[in-house]
Design a protein around this ligand. Structure first.
Ligand SMILES: Cc1ncc(COP(=O)(O)O)c(C=O)c1O
Length: 383
């Protein structure tokens, strides 16, 4: 082992001793919420595949058909020859669904946030983030070089004060509509009003709201605010069961991003299979909301089953705050031993002292799976 390897090995050992080492668990088989790991069967309560579309036969077939029609990969960036008609079709479908003039697809939601923020503001400008905003928004803000300010979670009064006193140049306020690790909801209307008062642009990341709220269209549409939110981010990778991200916005913004968003320009276009799968998922949800209704039904079952457990969250993300990281890991391990896969989320993904179990419910769960997992969790928490 050379000196570099030894240094990294020491770092890994120290993380392990603190109970903070991250490691992969390889899934060898999956169907809906059932997964196989090391020859044993588990029920997953950790996916963001809220509607069970990732393994839905119709979505699988659409993705496979797109691969047959268009090939395995786009071959090059969208600005060279990777701008496949199936991706354009997806963008038109997304814009029509979200109610915006246009949409632009990126290879991931992470890259959408990176590209949009770093293209639209620079050193003379300001980005103001909710304190719990996702890492992709933080990274996009840092990459932009803009002055980076933070307001306390969902505190519009404090945002107002920050905008009055510290903002300079073009200002973007960025938040999530449903927060990824807390599952709670942003006060969108007051946020819109604060941004309008100060001439700031609002970016709302609907990664965890798309396919779930507002008949699938997200919280911005549900609250009738589409025309007042200039930058709406979505991902194809969660409830839509595919892979990719997008921004829904005005056509001029799309064309500006096509010219300036580095995570759009300097990367290969989304795969045909991902585009075809996502396109089919959007069309399916626009035609039939049965899966969304099933998700909310299951979410109600989970709430009832967790009645004695202090679980947060507004929708399918139900965090149970444990505090201590080692205890969260032990509880997750206890559930796993019993066949239920519920992840422990630790710092730095969440703030220090707020390690948690992040339970996500899906339309694909059965009532028996929900009550079974909740009973084991309640038992473990009582010890
Ligand atoms: C709020 C939020 N935004 C963006 C992303 C990134 O999306 P993607 O997984 O498509 O890169 C995620 C999830 O990873 C997220 O939770």
């Amino acid at each position: 082992m050379n000196a570099f390897d030894q240094e990294l090995t020491r770092w890994l050992a120290a993380r392990d001793a603190e109970g903070m080492l991250r490691a992969r668990r390889t899934v060898t088989r999956r169907d809906g919420v059932s997964v196989g790991i090391d020859g044993k069967e588990y029920v997953s309560f950790c996916s963001n595949d809220y509607l069970g579309l990732a393994t839905d036969p119709a979505i699988r077939e659409a993705a496979a058909q797109a691969a047959r029609d268009w090939g395995g990969g786009a071959g090059t960036s969208r600005l060279i020859s990777g701008d496949l008609a199936i991706v354009r079709e997806l963008e038109d479908e997304l814009a029509a669904w979200k109610g915006t003039e246009a949409a632009l697809v990126f290879p991931t939601g992470y890259m959408a946030n990176l590209g949009v923020l770093s293209a639209l503001v620079g050193r003379e400008d300001t980005i103001v983030l909710d304190r719990l905003a996702h890492a992709s928004l933080v990274d996009g803000a840092r990459l932009s070089g803009a002055k980076l300010l933070v307001f306390p979670h969902n505190d519009v009064g404090r945002l107002d004060a920050v905008l009055s006193t510290h903002a300079r140049g073009r200002t973007i306020v960025a938040t999530e509509s449903i927060f990824s690790m807390d599952g709670d909801r942003a006060p969108l209307r007051p946020l819109v009003e604060a941004c309008e008062r100060h001439g700031a642009l609002l970016l709302v990341d609907e990664a965890h709201a798309l396919g779930v709220y507002g008949g699938g269209r997200g919280c911005v549409a549900e609250e009738g605010l589409t025309a007042r939110v200039p930058l709406i981010i979505g991902t194809l990778s969660k409830a839509l069961g595919s892979q990719g991200g997008f921004v829904a916005c005005a056509r001029a913004v799309v064309e500006y991003l096509v010219n300036n968003a580095r995570s759009f320009v300097y990367t290969t276009g989304i795969t045909p299979a991902a585009a075809g799968g996502a396109l089919s998922a959007v069309r399916l949800l626009r035609a039939d909301d049965a899966r969304i209704r099933q998700l909310w039904y299951n979410r109600a079952l989970l709430r009832t089953a967790l009645a004695d457990v202090p679980a947060g969250g507004d929708g399918p993300i139900c965090p149970v705050i444990i505090g201590d990281a080692a205890r969260a890991v032990a509880l997750s391990g206890g559930l796993f031993d019993a066949g239920w896969w519920v992840p422990a989320i630790r710092p730095p993904t969440v703030p220090q002292g707020t390690a948690r179990l992040r339970i996500t419910v899906s339309a694909a769960h059965t009532g028996g799976q929900i009550s079974g997992m909740a009973a084991v969790l309640a038992n473990l928490l009582s010890h």
